[in-house]
Design a protein around this ligand. Structure first.
Ligand SMILES: [Zn+2]
Length: 447
């Protein structure tokens, strides 16, 4: 089994991540977070929110609706250009993203370029392709009362989309935030939430799924200062990823995206790549979006998106630096950093070396023996006390001590506390460390 397979298996076995709609045979490109997974995911999102919003004076948070006025997507260019190059094998009818089954091509690959690569169908091995067609990745839905037998015109009028990015929920609130707070520039608006992309071929576990959680900031700057602010945002991402979350710098690589591969709105983009277990992949993007979005909104809505500098009186449409990160990708980067195997055979140990702030539980409390009421009573006392103090503390009296340690190692609990007969005499407990397996005696009052 590959390391990724091992992580997927651990995630299911221990209740971090399950395949979406598992009981009905699954739903491609969707994943459900289980009890431990949702805890870690929330912690990651909370750390981000604290670092980028709460601890800063130049950031404002919003939580916009997922279903937005469809004019949003006309203005943003998504209706016209949020599309992947779809190619169909005429032999077996399988559909693929042309740029994903060839080497060195971007989304702008043409039919001619593709046919010249003489790519064989990954499914049937033949080479008999139809032309490349543009496939729009937005999920369509209908808003309001639309009946199945309504004609197309009525149905089309009611079309809306599940947002393909959280960014537009920020841009469309730019004027609201400025009017309500009149912040000094530069300032940012941040949002966390779901975004939806109808991926042609979802794959790689939670790396490329059809529904994901994004954390995005639009940082509004005076156009004259975009470069220094781009640099500031770039550095902040490293401070967060390495400093707060503990991702190893050696596994993070910056890729300056060449013009041909950049999104239609961007003048400069850095992709932050990460060494996942199955190879290098995108973790997050940092894009200079110019005034593309505010300009589009001004045109489409007829409302001014200009900002007036409080000190100089200068009036301009702000430009934007956008750090954008997918929570699931970040989750996988953290899991693959933490996943460790030690020893061999019967001594083999799987450990999830999560940073303490991200582990589902801080402590696991257990009585040495389950069938000794005095031990259980004392252990319950300690458990309740710690739970009140820290919240994320778990109880485990199943199996023997060895089995409990094994389980807690696998879910990343940093410390296991065991109440034994000595505890009843001297109020000390055994504290066993996840990473070193070292055991120390600690006074209960010191926990
Ligand atoms: Zn085929």
């Amino acid at each position: 089994m590959s390391k990724l397979d091992n992580i997927v298996s651990l995630c299911k076995r221990r209740g971090f991540i399950f395949p979406g709609s598992d009981v009905y045979g699954g739903m491609a490109g969707t994943w459900d977070f289980g009890p431990l997974g949702v805890t870690v995911k929330k912690k990651i999102m909370d750390e981000w929110w604290k670092f980028f919003v709460e601890d800063r004076e130049d950031m404002y948070g919003v939580d916009a609706a997922i279903i937005m006025n469809p004019r949003t997507w006309v203005a943003s260019g998504h209706t016209a250009t949020f599309a992947d190059p779809l190619v169909e094998c005429k032999e077996c009818k399988s559909r693929f993203r042309a740029d994903k089954i060839t080497e060195g091509f971007s989304e702008s690959i043409t039919t001619e370029e593709f046919l010249n690569t003489h790519t064989k169908c990954p499914n049937c091995g033949k080479e008999n392709w139809g032309p490349i067609r543009k496939f729009n990745m937005m999920f369509e839905t209908h808003v309001g009362a639309v009946l199945p037998d309504d004609d197309k015109e009525i149905a089309d009028k009611n079309i809306a989309y599940l947002r393909p990015e959280t960014a537009q929920g920020i841009f469309t609130n730019f004027k609201n935030v400025v009017d309500a707070f009149y912040p000094d520039i530069p300032f940012g608006i941040a949002q966390q939430g779901k975004a939806f992309r109808n991926e042609i071929s979802p794959r790689d576990f939670i790396l490329r799924d059809r529904e994901c959680s994004q954390m995005e900031i639009e940082y509004f700057v005076n156009p004259k200062t975009w470069e220094e602010n781009f640099e500031k945002m770039r550095k902040l991402q490293h401070d967060f990823l390495e400093g707060v979350l503990g991702l190893p710098a050696k596994n993070l690589h910056e890729l300056d995206v060449p013009a041909a591969d950049r999104a239609h709105y961007s003048k400069r983009t850095i992709d932050f790549m990460f060494d996942y277990p199955n190879g290098e992949g995108e973790l997050m993007g940092l894009a200079y979006r110019t005034d593309f979005d505010l300009g589009n909104i001004a045109r489409e809505s007829g409302k001014s998106m200009e900002y007036r500098d409080k000190i100089t009186g200068e009036t301009f449409t702000p430009h934007v630096i956008e750090p954008s990160i997918g929570v699931e990708r970040l989750f996988l980067a953290i899991l693959s950093t933490a996943y460790t195997e030690e020893g061999k055979g019967d001594d083999k140990r799987i450990i999830l070396k999560l940073p303490e702030e991200l582990a589902p539980y801080k402590y696991c409390v257990s009585p040495l023996l389950k069938n000794k009421p005095e031990l259980v009573k004392k252990a319950q006392e300690v458990y309740k006390k710690l739970r009140k103090k820290y919240g994320n503390v778990t109880w485990d009296d199943s199996g023997n001590i060895g089995k409990r340690y094994k389980k807690q190692d696998e879910i990343g609990t940093p410390k296991c506390i065991v109440i034994d007969f000595d505890t009843l005499e001297d109020s000390t407990v055994t504290v066993r460390d996840r990473d070193t397996t070292k055991q120390t005696r600690v006074d209960i009052s010191k926990l």
